[in-house]
Design a protein around this ligand. Structure first.
Ligand code: BGC
Length: 682
């Protein structure tokens, strides 16, 4: 026996090549293929895994000291199972506001703090890579996952994503920017071919990813489900190697989205390093293809090396012992702060808001008593609680008209969604809107001082939204708004509508009815407190729109090429079918509007008449903003609070598109701040 040959190498940050040289072909193949669904389904099957409910894992190779690392969703908080067999302990994670609200803050520092808190929960629950942020461009208002994403504008999207990544990675946990790229609809999401010209791709759909890569060096990138100009992004060498690595200098790992088996060797050849969730048959195929000479072993080695480089950075590899008890109270405070900064005041006629202290509020709309804190699918979070608006208003010292509250609460109780395995994992919609009898409104209007109506919308992964009953008000919502406004206005009392939505809705046709409109988005678990503190004036609204609210859906050029009337649904599991490949907007989608995405259409075409433009948002105070002064590669602007309450202001430099932005600290009346903005030179 040769003693020298028995020496066994164990993985360390400085011996990756040596470890690689000792791996068998099968071991190499197993390292680029994830460990399947066992962690995601552990809450159901009871499988013993480090983190039940985590979306995926890699495979361990114990003889070489290579541990399995844990990957978990997602954008609004860590998505893991909140309960585990054999213990009374719970594992809830903070439900933060959705992506669209985070970008509405226009405050990168705030978003970085959210990233830090989410990263810390990942760390303390044993997660190595957080599968977030989602950052596809909001090309069309009806994309079912827009709530997870940031903006129609690449500079805002890329900058906010970078802040989030920096926050997460500052905790020693990896982030994963997703879904790369041009994944802008859910219909037929596994197969749809996004057909985009190169200029548009680079200016819009890749630019935000480029900014995020350059400003934050994410550890990982997730290639999307869809095809891009005929090729699945997961096997697109031009995208994953030439552009991402060659042009932008990305030094991390690329993983697939949670796809079944595709052309695994082609994915490796393109520079896609990790197949998730991973099937054993992919390992065998890789071994066969290398043996037959169809796949170069060098290409496999490159991917294996990147997986090892990722592993040595992780808490798991470093032997970090998760406490399993992150500071959920401190993180709830951050969730509240973020929600307060991202809520957008859209209308406020005759200073309807803030509400008079201690007012008696008549609260209408199911969403007032069952707030939707976030969307469904992998962006769902098992949060410990949700603060509803009635609770938030009570905590702010308002009275609630109990007669109508009782009706809503009993309607909600009767319409609790049936709990299924999938809804347990991925979240649900709320109860349908209750039919509101005008007599009920009349009966309480005398005793109430004002009315607040909440309109809610749910959306999520696996399906796009629709025009009817979704983008547009449903048949029973318009009468509700009209009746409440007529009855309250007849008594000289004001009405506020709160929009608890994940994406853009039509407002133009009814915006004159109420006195105030507050866009609360889906504000996370502290939502009720956040909305109430804006309504009371304790906090001055400072959110601004990250996306255009068109007057009419069909004013947006992308509406000509989006499946807004498609009745079939992608399902979480199915994702559509390849046999639809010749069906327009299902099998393929032409991005014929080119650069005319969101506000760029209105700038480039000179069309006017949106409901609310990109960057819009009202305040309870007023600001004076100086002319920008350009010095070298920075711009300075001085902002003065000229009103009577403390507030924050957003400044953006449009040239003619967004090139830089910033937000002031809280400025008291008369106070000024000079902001130094760094235009995006990317
Ligand atoms: C989603 C990803 C998610 C993954 C793991 C996929 O269906 O598209 O965003 O990270 O599942 O849960």
């Amino acid at each position: 026996m040769c003693l020298a040959a028995a020496a066994q190498v164990t993985l360390a940050p400085d011996n990756i090549d040596e470890v690689l040289s000792q791996m068998t072909l099968k071991e190499k193949a197993s390292l680029v293929v994830g460990a399947g669904y066992k962690s995601m389904l552990a809450g159901i099957t009871g499988a013993r895994v480090p983190v039940p409910g985590a979306a995926g894992m890699t495979r361990a190779i114990p003889r070489l000291g290579i541990p399995a690392i844990v990957l978990s969703d997602g954008p609004a908080g860590v998505r893991i199972e909140p309960e585990r067999r054999g213990t009374e302990a719970t594992f809830y994670c903070t439900g933060f506001p959705i992506g669209s609200l985070l970008s509405s803050t226009w405050n990168a520092d705030m978003v970085e703090r959210v990233g830090e808190a989410i990263g810390n929960e990942a760390l303390e629950y044993g997660v190595d890579v957080l599968l977030a942020p989602g950052m596809n461009i909001q090309r069309n208002p009806l994309c079912g996952r827009n709530f997870e994403y940031y903006s129609e504008d690449p500079v805002l999207s890329g900058t906010i994503a970078a802040a989030y990544v920096n926050g997460v990675q500052g905790q020693g946990v990896g982030a994963c920017i997703k879904h790369f790229a041009a994944n802008n609809q859910e219909t037929n999401r596994f197969w749809n071919d996004s057909r985009v010209d190169e200029e548009t791709l680079r200016e819009i759909y890749l630019r935000n990813f480029e900014i995020a890569v350059k400003l934050s060096q994410p550890w990982t990138v997730m290639a999307s489900y869809n095809r891009l100009n005929g090729t699945h992004t997961q096997q697109d060498r031009w995208l994953l190697t030439d552009i991402l690595r060659g042009e932008w200098g990305f030094g991390g790992l690329v993983m697939t989205d949670w796809t079944g088996k595709r052309d695994t060797p082609a994915q490796i050849g393109a520079g896609c390093d990790l197949m998730e969730p991973g099937l054993s048959s992919q390992i065998n195929e890789l071994v066969r293809k290398v043996r037959s000479g169809d796949l170069a072993e060098d290409a496999l080695d490159t991917c294996v090396r990147r997986v090892l480089e990722l592993i040595v950075k992780t808490p798991m590899f470093k032997g970090y012992e998760p406490s399993l008890s992150p500071d959920l109270k401190a993180h709830a405070d951050i969730a509240l702060e973020a929600a307060l900064e991202g809520i957008v005041l859209l209308e406020n006629r005759s200073a309807a808001l803030p509400l008079a202290p201690g007012s008696m509020v008549a609260l209408f709309g199911v969403g007032s008593y069952q707030l939707l804190p976030g969307g469904t699918g992998s962006g769902h979070v098992h949060r410990p609680y949700v603060v509803n608006l009635d609770e938030g208003l009570t905590a702010e010292g308002f009275g609630i008209s109990e007669d109508v509250a009782t009706k809503y609460r009993s309607h909600i109780d009767k319409n609790r969604p049936r709990k299924t395995l999938l809804s347990g994992m991925l979240g649900t919609s709320g109860a349908p809107e209750m039919e509101l009898d005008r007599a009920v409104v009349e009966a309480i209007a005398d005793d109430a001082d004002c009315a607040v109506i909440t309109i809610s919308r749910q959306a999520g992964e696996g399906g796009d939204r629709h025009l009817e009953d979704d983008f547009l008000l449903a048949d029973n919502e318009l009468p509700m708004i009209r009746d409440v406004c007529e009855v309250f206005h007849a008594r000289g009392k004001k009405v506020t509508v709160v929009l608890n939505v994940g994406g853009v809705v039509e407002i133009a046709s009814w915006k004159e009815l109420p006195d105030a409109i507050v866009l609360a988005w889906q504000p996370g678990q502290e939502g009720g407190h956040a909305i109430a503190q804006i309504l009371s004036g304790r906090v001055c609204p400072s959110g601004r729109l990250p996306v255009t609210f068109p007057a009419d859906y069909f004013d947006l050029p992308s509406s000509a090429n989006f499946p807004y009337d498609y009745s079939g649904r992608s399902t979480m599991a199915g994702g559509g079918r390849d046999s639809d490949k010749d069906v327009r907007n299902v099998g393929y989608t032409e991005y014929a509007e080119g650069l005319e995405v969101g506000y760029r259409h209105f700038v480039l075409s000179g069309s006017t008449g949106v409901s609310y433009p990109f960057g819009y948002g009202l305040s309870y105070t007023t600001f004076e903003v100086s002319e920008p002064v350009f010095t070298g590669d920075s711009v300075s602007v001085t902002v003065t609070n000229t009103g009577s309450v403390a507030g924050k202001e957003v400044v953006k430099i449009m040239n003619p598109f967004l090139t830089a932005f910033g937000k002031t600290r809280l400025l008291h009346p008369g106070e000024s701040q000079t902001l130094f903005l760094q235009p995006s030179m990317l």
